[in-house]
Design a protein around this ligand. Structure first.
Ligand code: MG
Length: 387
């Protein structure tokens, strides 16, 4: 029986994780759940999975959660970042599923690693903002980090049984998002509602906008560089609108190993939960006759500058990816509430990066301070843009 603590249990990944757990009750037990503000769904999850500890975004939500749970006064509850850290590190979990959205996932994920607990990672921002610190902690504790992100799961699967030094390049695939065929003029007027209609993957609002700007791919390039220890020039992005090939690894002998499958997050999730085993998922089989053609195109960095900005941040190194990420989170939130147009997202990020002098990463405190400063800087840039 593997004991799981889930950070971000009411999000898209969290719900899919619980769906896999539901199918294999003899293999997995949920010992901790941490969520944000969706207490109605969290209450249902608590009733069904009976965790030892549950955490919400802030203390007021605890009262609401207790009200929704008959006899709920006996269930231990926590709140905020400290609550999420407790769920990660103090519930006796064998595996922590890190699936919160944004840089807020960093501290609880690091808490699990420092406690020597294995991590199944969906929260890519953790590796984007503090990659070297997180990997150093994982190395020190000899803790595996198993990717859930479909592209990184594909690469992780394609490198099994191979030596890291034999990898020549990674090819990360991208669906292109909902606006891949739009012209620059059309992109100037797209709305948040249109962006939230993703063609292939069903995800939360933040990652769906990131997918529309190609920042999601940019963050994934940084995540891959950290996770697989390769420089930016050995990572390529291929736009592959069918989302069937989830990524590829090119070896020094010219062999390319890819992982294919239907676009369903329960596949990489089940792999991360059961690794190194595989679970009989009973999902529809990939039907390549029906798919017919697989196409690949180079990304267009003129229409989608966010991907180029991510490569720049990765090449600059140090705390620059943290600045990129913080500015992106602020710009995406502003776009979602209708405050800025779509092309302003990369503009805000580019200006925040230009205003920052890169420093090497030294500590969690430094990362958190840089994250705060970059958020303020992005807010200021947005208010100037609106003047
Ligand atoms: Mg992905």
């Amino acid at each position: 029986m593997k004991r799981l603590a889930i950070l971000g249990s009411t999000g898209s990944i969290g719900c899919n994780v619980l769906d896999v757990v539901r199918q294999f009750p003899e293999r997995f037990q949920v010992v901790g759940l941490a969520a944000g503000r969706n207490v109605a769904l969290l209450a249902e999850q608590v009733r069904e999975f009976r965790p030892a500890l549950v955490s919400v975004a802030d203390p007021q939500l605890q009262t609401e959660l207790r009200r929704l749970l008959p006899g709920g006064n006996s269930i231990p509850m926590a709140a905020g970042i400290s609550g999420a850290k407790e769920v990660a590190a103090a519930t006796g979990a064998d595996l922590v599923i890190s699936a919160m959205v944004g840089a807020v996932g960093l501290e609880p994920t690091l808490a699990a690693i420092e406690q020597g607990i294995a991590v199944a990672l969906a929260n890519k921002e953790t590796l984007v903002v503090a990659g070297s610190l997180v990997m150093a902690a994982a190395w020190q504790q000899q803790v595996p980090i198993i990717p859930i992100d479909s592209e990184h799961s594909a690469i992780f699967q394609a490198i099994q049984g191979n030596r890291p030094k034999d990898i020549h390049r990674l090819w990360i695939t991208a669906s292109g998002g909902p606006f891949w065929r739009r012209s620059r003029e059309e992109l100037a007027t797209v709305t948040a509602a249109a962006a939230l209609q993703h063609p292939n993957w069903s995800m939360g609002p933040k990652i769906t906008i990131d997918s529309a700007t190609l920042m999601n791919k940019g963050l994934e390039v940084i995540e891959a560089s950290v996770l697989f220890n390769l420089p930016p020039e050995r990572i390529q992005v291929h736009v592959h609108p069918e989302s069937i090939v989830h990524s590829l690894v090119e070896y020094i002998d010219g062999s390319v190993i890819a992982q294919l499958g239907i676009p369903d997050m329960r596949v990489p999730i089940s792999y991360a939960l059961a690794y190194p085993e595989r679970l009989p998922m009973e999902l529809p089989s990939l039907n390549l006759f029906q798919v017919g053609t697989l196409t690949f195109e180079p990304p267009d960095l003129e229409r989608f500058p966010c991907l180029g900005l991510a490569f720049q941040a990765l090449a600059a190194g140090g705390d620059m990816p943290a600045v990129l990420n913080a500015a992106n989170e602020i710009a995406v939130a502003a776009f979602l509430r209708g405050a800025i147009p779509f092309p302003a997202i990369p503009e805000v990020i580019a200006r925040a990066m230009a205003a920052h002098v890169v420093q090497p990463l030294s500590s969690l405190e430094q990362v958190l301070a840089v994250d705060r400063q970059a958020r303020q800087s992005a807010q200021t840039i947005i208010s100037h843009l609106l003047e």
